[in-house]
Design a protein. Structure first.
Length: 200
């Protein structure tokens, strides 16, 4: 099959403290500001080695509290991108890819073993604990803040209590739709959405 580049030309976008390479990245920054997630844009860079070739690599975001690097793509990441991220993860920390502005399609690269990139088999999602309100990126969007007992998780899996999708709480859905509509006319940062714990 012939290689085809499906990416639309990206539009440099000024927002908050940064000049983003694309409007999509800026929309993700809006999403994170609305959720109160602290991020740094293109702060870290280095050289990664993939199949005996060396490449300059700079992940889009680093999330301080979540302790993950974040890569944003306008479409599903391709193999070469995943390989570079795996090499980066080996030395610097895990990288999660999200594509489009959907917060529920995360692919996590963990590192390499014997030069073979390791991809986490789980889908990674943004989630919000409705007890402590921690926003996180986890496998299947299951909170890992420690607010839920093993029994509660078992019950949830059986659908007996707390029929809640922590990756689609009202706040996450609202942040998602506001980030989609953000107009970037001024570079004022979006204010964190007010939230209240709704589960005892
Ligand atoms: Zn919690």
């Amino acid at each position: 099959m012939r290689y085809k580049n499906y990416d639309l030309p990206s539009i440099k976008t000024r927002y908050g403290d940064y000049h983003f390479k694309s409007k999509l990245e800026a929309r993700w920054a809006v999403f994170m500001d609305l959720l109160g997630v602290s991020y740094e844009y293109e702060k870290y860079q280095g050289i990664v080695s993939v199949n005996f070739f060396e490449y300059a690599y700079m992940p889009d975001f680093f999330l301080n509290d979540i302790e993950l690097f974040l890569e944003i793509k306008p479409r599903k990441p391709v193999e070469s991108e995943l390989n570079k991220a795996a090499a980066w993860a080996n030395d610097a920390g895990d990288v999660v890819f999200f594509y489009n502005l959907a917060p529920d399609n995360g692919i996590r690269m963990i590192g390499c073993e014997n030069a073979i990139p390791i991809m986490d088999a789980d889908v990674w999602r943004w989630c919000e604990c409705l007890r402590c309100l921690k926003v996180d990126i986890t496998a299947y969007g299951v909170p890992r803040c420690g607010c839920f007992s093993d029994d509660e998780f078992d019950m949830m899996l059986l659908g007996k209590i707390l029929d809640i999708d922590f990756s689609q709480t009202p706040t996450i859905l609202k942040a998602f739709s506001m980030a989609k509509k953000h107009d970037f006319k001024t570079n004022t940062k979006a204010r964190k959405l007010p939230r209240r714990a709704s589960l005892l």
